[in-house]
Design a protein around this ligand. Structure first.
Ligand code: PMP
Length: 418
């Protein structure tokens, strides 16, 4: 059967057979308040395809045991699946397997870098360059490191459209800068930052670079070598994979030089009360029983993503974003926040008539799931003079019908609060 029959394709969105993609996600058939579900909260977390659910089920049914610990058959199976997942994940990012550290998610990955890489190198007066559009996960870990060392955070501004002001960012790089960190894609604005260009600028000055890829990996091909970053962090649950699992890519030379940050089983080579020695990288940073099912599930999610093809996913989401931007712009009293030229599928907005929280509640009654709040980006909200926005965020299974449902629910909001 041809997987891309014309008849199943929305003519406005020719790159994907949307009906087939949707059939892969059982939860999309779940009615909400008796309405069809339009799930538009993908920046918070994505839904999981059958292939990921099956991989998790299969692992627990047929392969569950602890890894690296026993000779019995199930332990062998679990270890094989777990280490095969590392190879699969490393391949996706064009990294070596020992440059891939498994974490609980983006947040833990950034905390690891802050604690183990940066903090030992910081002294009073040193600087960390961030941007105005960062998620709290890419602010607070650095702040904790500065509080313990007397270093300080420097923030590069953005334009009203939500684009990083690159000249201003460059001007803030100096001999005191110990690290630059920025989102690959902003979770609150959708802005796609020019990672390769920023990394090049930092690299010529000998400054290490961390990119927060939480909002990028589900939408773009990510090649850490081509991007030229030292560190790249992401969460599986935003990429159609399970919660509780994420990845830190780090250049091997950094991992080798970094001390462990958590102690426990698996991260050691030898232990004595007088002192211990450490396992090889990346295990040195993976204390305790690891998230085995998480790794297996993420590898399955990446297989799913590649099966669809990131190019096609990207083109499809671009089409829905263009349709949604146009449709929301026509709603009187609605203001989009984040109108960068290079944007991923995120639509943050406020309305004259209603608070974002009320917008979220009314949309929910219409089966439309969006997020309302500060999106863990309080400094960014302040930059725009708002305390919160409503945010619709796209995934591969969204289509123009979801946007039509959103728009008609927003007209109900206007009618109620007029
Ligand atoms: N950075 C960005 C840009 C995000 O969108 C998120 C999740 N909202 C995070 C970091 C944190 O991810 P997690 O909660 O999965 O650790």
């Amino acid at each position: 059967m041809n997987p891309h029959r014309e008849s199943d394709t929305d003519p406005r969105l020719p790159s994907l057979d949307l009906a087939r993609v949707r059939a892969d996600f059982p939860i999309l058939a779940e009615p909400v308040h008796g309405k069809r579900l339009a799930y538009l909260d993908n920046a918070a977390t994505t839904q999981k395809p059958e292939a990921v659910l099956k991989a998790l089920d299969n692992y627990y049914r047929h392969g569950n045991a602890n890894v690296h610990r026993a000779v019995h058959e199930l332990s062998q199976r679990a270890t094989t699946a777990y280490e095969a997942a590392r190879d699969r994940i490393a391949r996706h990012f064009n990294a070596a397997r020992d440059e891939i550290v498994f974490t609980r998610g983006t947040t833990e990955a950034i905390n690891l870098v802050a604690r183990s890489f940066l903090e030992p190198r910081l002294k009073a007066g040193d600087e960390i360059l961030l941007t105005m559009m960062e998620h709290h996960s890419n602010i607070v870990p650095w702040q904790l490191a500065t509080e313990r060392t007397g270093a300080r955070i420097v923030v590069a501004p953005i334009s009203d459209a939500g684009e990083l002001l690159i000249d201003e960012w460059r001007q803030r790089l100096n001999v005191r800068t110990r690290l630059v960190a920025f989102a690959h894609v902003s979770n609150a604005l959708g802005t796609l930052n020019p990672v390769t260009e920023l990394a090049r600028e930092a690299r010529v000055r000998g400054i290490p670079v961390l990119a927060d890829g939480a909002q990028a990996v589900a939408h773009l091909a990510v090649d850490v070598k081509a991007l030229g970053v030292d560190f790249y962090a992401c969460s599986a649950h935003k990429v159609y994979g399970p919660t509780g699992f994420g990845v830190l890519y780090a250049k091997r030379e950094h991992l080798e030089a970094m001390p462990p940050w958590q102690g426990g089983g698996d991260m050691i080579r030898t232990v004595a009360f007088e002192g211990s020695t450490w396992n090889d990288v990346p295990y040195k940073f993976e204390a305790g029983t690891p998230p085995i099912a998480g790794a297996v599930g993420f590898a399955a999610a990446l297989d799913y993503l590649d099966g669809l093809g990131l190019d096609r996913i990207h083109r499809h989401e671009e089409g829905v974003l263009a349709y949604a931007t146009e449709a929301l712009s026509r709603i009187p009293g609605l203001r989009l926040i984040g109108t960068a030229r290079n944007k991923s599928g995120i639509l943050s907005f406020v309305m004259d008539s209603a608070h974002p929280q009320d917008i979220g509640s009314i949309l929910d009654m219409e089966g439309v799931a969006v997020r309302s709040g500060h999106h863990c980006a309080m400094p960014l909200m302040q930059r725009y003079g708002v305390s919160a926005t409503a945010r619709a965020s796209l995934a591969v299974y969204n289509g123009t019908d979801d946007i039509d449902q959103l728009v008609s629910a927003l007209h109900k909001v206007r009618a109620l609060f007029a």
